[in-house]
Write a protein that binds this ligand. Structure first.
Ligand SMILES: Cc1cc2nc3c(=O)[nH]c(=O)nc-3n(C[C@H](O)[C@H](O)[C@H](O)COP(=O)(O)O)c2cc1C
Length: 180
């Protein structure tokens, strides 16, 4: 643990901890997902979506899962207006969609136009066709954790796409396909 004198194990000064933490976690091979939600306002529906690597299954009995959302991400505000959201577990072909849905400043309206998708029955949210599985959740609770909020959901639907599709992983700042 770092204190005012620095970390006795790594020798890192407190100011270096963020960078060494970033470098350490960059070595995680993380599965890439897209979180999506459909926000209804004034008779119209807007699809929101963003790339995440923070999706984690939490519990089987009952099925629960979480992801972490930056407090300033547009999805965070959307979560105050919707009860349900969806996670597409991206497949090996979905690198372009993952990059696009992590691009700052992309338009909210129509951001899923270039991304093939269908709609989840349980959540109404967009499910990306370039996925190996889909999970739909109802928000159980949201708690702040530093600059992110932890979003825990009860799983209301889960589906595995048929056929081998491989996975998309993120490591050392790069997206890479992982074959089955
Ligand atoms: C591989 C990868 C993983 C990401 N994981 C997360 C995540 O878990 N949580 C998060 O808030 N942002 C994450 N981001 C960043 C968001 O995708 C990005 O900031 C996005 O533009 C946020 O949506 P917004 O622009 O509509 O606010 C990730 C980006 C990439 C490229």
């Amino acid at each position: 643990m770092a204190d005012a004198a620095g970390d006795p194990v790594s020798g890192a000064a407190p100011g270096d901890l963020v960078e060494t933490f970033r470098a350490a976690t960059a070595r995680l091979a993380a599965g890439v997902c897209v979180v999506s939600a459909a926000r209804r306002r004034g008779g119209s529906t807007a699809d929101h979506a963003m790339t995440v690597t923070s999706f984690v299954p939490v519990s089987l009995y009952p099925p629960m899962a979480l992801f972490c959302v930056h407090a300033e991400a547009r999805m965070r505000e959307v979560l105050d207006d919707v009860d349900t959201w969806a996670v597409s577990v991206l497949d090996a072909r979905a690198g372009h969609a993952a990059e696009w849905l992590a691009t700052p400043g992309r338009p909210t309206i129509g951001q899923l136009g270039p991304v093939a998708h269908h709609r989840g029955v349980a959540s109404g949210a967009a499910l990306l066709d370039g996925a190996q599985a889909w999970v739909e959740c109802r928000t159980a609770w949201i708690r702040p954790a530093g600059d992110h909020d932890v979003v825990v959901g009860e799983v209301v639907s889960a589906q595995v796409a048929p056929g081998a599709r491989g996975a998309l992983v993120h490591r050392l700042g790069r997206l890479a396909p992982l074959p089955d």
